[in-house]
Design a protein around this ligand. Structure first.
Ligand code: ZN
Length: 74
């Protein structure tokens, strides 16, 4: 009987661990998609969507020139 309880708890733990890992993977993917195409100004830190066709563009807040680079995770 004790073995059956241990197997049940082990299986339940594995299932919960699987749900947890898949939720983290999904959340990370959604965050990455939401940050796609957003630029962070290197001078003032203002985040905005730059024009797609330009490589170098001006920040709408401080007018400094910026290049498109991916936002890094904190
Ligand atoms: Zn700026």
């Amino acid at each position: 009987m004790a073995t059956l309880i241990c197997v049940y708890l082990f299986a339940l733990t594995l299932i919960l661990l699987g749900f947890w890992v898949f939720s983290i993977i999904g959340r990370t993917r959604r965050e990455r998609e939401s940050r796609k195409g957003i630029c962070l100004c290197r001078i003032c830190g203002f985040d905005f969507r730059p024009p797609v066709s330009e490589v170098v563009f001006r920040c709408p807040q401080c007018e400094s020139l910026n290049e498109l680079e991916r936002l890094r995770e904190i």
